[in-house]
Structures are given as structure tokens and as C-alpha cells.
Write a protein that binds this ligand. Sequence first.
Ligand code: ZN
Length: 427
Amino acid sequence: MLIFPIFIIFYLIIVSSLVIILLFGPNERCQSNILGRSYRFLTTKFVTRMRILTTKICGTKIGVFSTFFQKYFLYSRNPIILLFYLLITGVGIFFFFKDVFPFFFETESLGKKHLILIPLCLIFVVFSLLISVLSDPGTITQENYKMYIQKYPYDNQIFFPRICETCGFQKPARSKHCKILNKCISKYDHYCGWLINAVGEKNYRWFLLFLISNCILCFYGFYFILKIVYSQLVHSQIFMETVLKLETGFQKDLLIVLLKIILNNQSKSIALLFLTLIMGISLLVFILYHFYLISKNVTTNEKFKLSDLKNYIIQKKKQLKYYKLLKKQQIEYQKQIQILNRLKKLKNMEITEQIKKLNIQKPEITQTDIILLKLDPNNLENIYNQGFWKNFYQVFFPNSPHLHPPLKQPTQNKTTNSLNNNNKKDN
Ligand SMILES: [Zn+2]
């Protein structure tokens, strides 16, 4: 009897962990914590280790075969995460209709309106999934790239005029060449494995709709199941006995009796209750994070780049500061050596040793670095930020003709042409 509840608990833990890792793992804030590490393990190390293991066990022929799978899993438009989504949603909906919904007609606290709300909610989820998977994220082509270049100016921080080697045209600011779709995407956000599609200027709103519809499904399901479970518990004989025992002071039995009810009678409903709650909260946090990004008019890709840029500038500044300090010391030393030499108190060997120690290499500074070092890493300017409401408008109406008013140019009037070939960061 206990096997089924244990299986459900394992299912809950594994599914919830996987969803949370896949949602939050790629986030730049989670890079160094357990979510980021687990995500990297799942998406790169796990597949690589499996390949090495199969090569060891089965020999090189299978090894070559598994290299193909490694490429398939990691670098191609594969439906694995989408299938995982369909599986957990499908299983959840199946058990909802099989084990929870039949009690709907016995539950007085749930009105008839739910007979319309449930199908509406499901249609909303299917619609948002289809439109997100099938929509164009904003593909840039030879024909339209000039139009995209006019949309956003280069900020000369993370976006510089540069040619996309694969597509063969100048990459518009805010775009990125998606390696999985193998095309440049306007206002690129990220590649979404759940939707087997890139998320960009044109379909960011559909991606949000997909998240919102699933979040509503989870919280609505949670509310509905909770009402039914509660109503069942109230009507159950064991519950009444427990209440009586509570009143007569037999409190010790309460937990055991409640666990018995949960494990025997309501195990699937309770599992669904936990699953919807965990998924709902995870999705809500994820949606709020994206709303925060929209309010600042920053894409996930830009958030990564800005964070990298900040670290890069801090690192370069440190190197330069250290170099200057050493240079100063070197001059001091040389002065002292000269004095000592004059006094003939230091042997020649010792002098060369000292100078060797002070052979300091100047950090390499490119043309781009000269511009970047003028920036304050803790206060990088975002020229694309148009204010709270306009930022939201831009996301939800990307095709609107009165969008993209002339954006402000970067504050420092920099010459960008010299940077064309120099910057490797803008990828
Ligand atoms: Zn490209």
C-alpha cells in the first residue's frame, strides 16, 4: 500500500526540482548557486559523462553514435524539454479528471461556473503554447536588417557595429545570432527549450502569455483541488473521529490519523495539490523576474552581457591599478639600487635578481578597452530604457508604428567604426 504514495513523493520531488532547475538555472544570478550548477550539470556535464561512459562500456562505435546524441541534446532544436512539459502537464491533467474532478458534483462550495472556467483555462494554455512555439521571434534577414539597424542605436557598451559571420550582414544592436536556430534574432532574449523556439522582439509577449497561462492553470488547479480535498476530509468518518479525539484530549493520534487519510484516500489529490503549488510559485517568481527586466527594458541576453561587462571593467581596472603600483615600486627600487650601487654595498648578482623580479608586464589594452575603461562598472547606462510604461508597451505591441521613437544616443560621443573588428564581446 505504501509503494504508491512513496512513488508519488519521488515523482513530486524529481519533477519539481527539474522544473525549478530548468526555469532558474540559466539565470545569471543563479550562476554560482546550486540551481546554476545543477543546470550546467544537466545540460552539459551529464550528457558529456554519459558519452564517455558509453564509449568506455560499448567501445568507439557507440561513442561516435553518442557524440551525435550529445550534439543533438545540447546544440540542436530538440523537443526533449517540451516533451517533458507535455508529460508533466498531461499526467497532472489526467489525474485531475480521473481522481479529483468526479468529486466536483458533491462539493457544494464549488459553483457551476467552473464547468466553463476549466475548459477556458485549458484552451488558454494550449493556445499560448501553440502561438509561442510557432511564432517568429523576429528573424533578421538580408532583406530587413537595415530596418532593424534603424530601430536601436549601438550603445557602445555591449553592442558595437559588427558583422555576423554566418548571416553576412551588420548585426543590429540588441540582436544575437542564435546558434540553435542558426539565424540572427532581433532584441534576442534567450533560446527557450520549453518552446523549442528563440524568444525575441516579436514573440516575447507570447512567451509571457505562455508563462502566465500556466501560472493561472497551476493556482486555479490548486484552489479547485484544495476545495475538494477539504470537503472530502470534512465529510470523512476518520476526520470526524479525529475531531472528537481532539476534543477529548487524544491529540497524539491526530498526525497519524491525518497521514493515514492522506496516504490511503487522497494521495493523488494531495500530490497534485503540492505539484500545482510548487509549479505555480516557481512560475510566478519567474514572471515577476521578467516583468522586472521589462520595466528596465533589458533582455535576458543583455542582463548576462552587462554582468560580464561589469566584471570585465572591474578586472581591467584592477590590473591597471596593480600595474601602476608595481611600476611605482620599480622606480623606487631602482633609485635605491642606484644609491646602494654607488655605495658598493650590493653585489651585481643581487641587482639583476631584483630587476628580474620587477619585470612587470603591462596589461593589454585594446581600442575597445579605452572606451570601456571610461565607464563606471557599477552604473552602466541603459540607453534603451524609455520609462516604465513605454517599456511595457514596446514588449506587448512590437509591431506598433509609433513605437521606437528616436532613442537617446550614448552620452559619450564615441567613434564606433574603429571598433568593428576589435570587439569580441559583442557576440
Ligand atoms: Zn547571424
